[in-house]
Design a protein around this ligand. Structure first.
Ligand code: PAF
Length: 281
């Protein structure tokens, strides 16, 4: 695996590959790699001739500076994992390399960045769009892989590629879970032992809600999920929204003809976890 930290160097490497007709897969990450990331890389390896992974903890997408400082950074572990699954290139740019000057661009994503994460983390998706558009420009991949744990992020990035008219296929990949159901996330390593034992209630409740929806209407199901999780003293639901999977607009009653997803954010002490469940797809 080759490690590159210069955008110009990576850009010219990829240009050469593309001239030779080589297919390029890209997995952007913020590091602290887990099985979820590795599943994206395996899929990219399968579908492309070369795979490029980026690790960059992007300051512009954190609306909370403490969260930015706390975000796990374990680059030598990450490099070992990437080598073991045959990643071809790792891009590890510095802050100065990615933001040599302030990037003042604004984007219009319609409803997709206004609700849920967008409403609770002001500026988050603008920061994601800034960095992903820069990375796409440098890497110019044929396909880019994103985990569906960040369900809303996938919708925003699809919107971004349309908005910028980019010829990049966005490939959403299923959530990878721990044995007890917890959605894998880089933030999970920040959980204390007690918190870790309790957070499995989040996914358990989401799974159970798929049965509960047969007995309850949509509003009752929503209340049931929030009540059940909030009963646990370690957990505090920030939001649980049941939305149309494409537009992310709120849905108020069960409709089988519509794709419907439930998205949740939960505070566990000062750590914030998200997860989601498909009701109809
Ligand atoms: O999902 C993430 O890890 C980040 O939001 C991303 C897409 C790498 C942009 O910084």
């Amino acid at each position: 695996m080759e490690i590159v930290d210069s955008r110009n160097v990576l850009q010219s490497i990829v240009k050469e590959f593309r001239l030779q007709g080589v297919s390029v897969g890209f997995v952007p990450t913020m590091g602290a790699l887990h099985e979820g990331h590795l599943s994206l890389i395996r899929r990219s390896n399968k579908e492309n001739e070369i795979t490029i992974v980026s690790i960059f903890v992007n300051p512009t997408q954190f609306n909370d500076q403490d969260d930015y400082k706390r975000y796990p950074r374990i680059i030598s572990d990450d490099i070992e994992k990437l080598k073991s699954i045959n990643c071809d290139f790792l891009f590890t740019p510095s802050k100065e390399e990615m933001y040599p000057e302030e990037d003042k661009r604004e984007f219009d994503f319609g409803n997709t960045d206004k609700v849920m994460e967008g409403a609770h983390r002001p500026g988050h998706f603008r920061g994601v769009a800034l960095i992903v558009s820069k990375l796409f420009e440098i890497v110019s991949p044929h396909k880019a892989y994103f985990g569906e744990k960040d369900f809303q992020q996938v919708a925003v990035i699809k919107h971004l590629t349309k908005l910028l008219d980019l010829d990049i296929e966005i490939v959403p990949c299923p959530i990878i879970r721990e044995k007890d159901g917890l959605a894998m996330s880089s933030r999970n390593i920040l959980l204390s032992e007690d918190q870790r034992k309790n957070v499995s209630l989040i996914s358990k409740t989401l799974f159970e809600s798929v049965n509960m929806m047969k007995l309850l209407n949509l509003i009752e199901t929503k209340e049931w999920v929030m009540r059940k999780i909030n009963e646990n003293p370690f957990l505090k639901v920030e939001y649980f929204e049941i939305v149309d999977s494409e537009t992310l607009e709120s849905v108020i009653e069960w409709t089988q003809s519509q794709n419907i997803t439930g998205c949740i954010a939960v505070h566990v002490g000062n750590i914030r976890l998200i997860d989601n469940i498909r009701f109809y797809s």
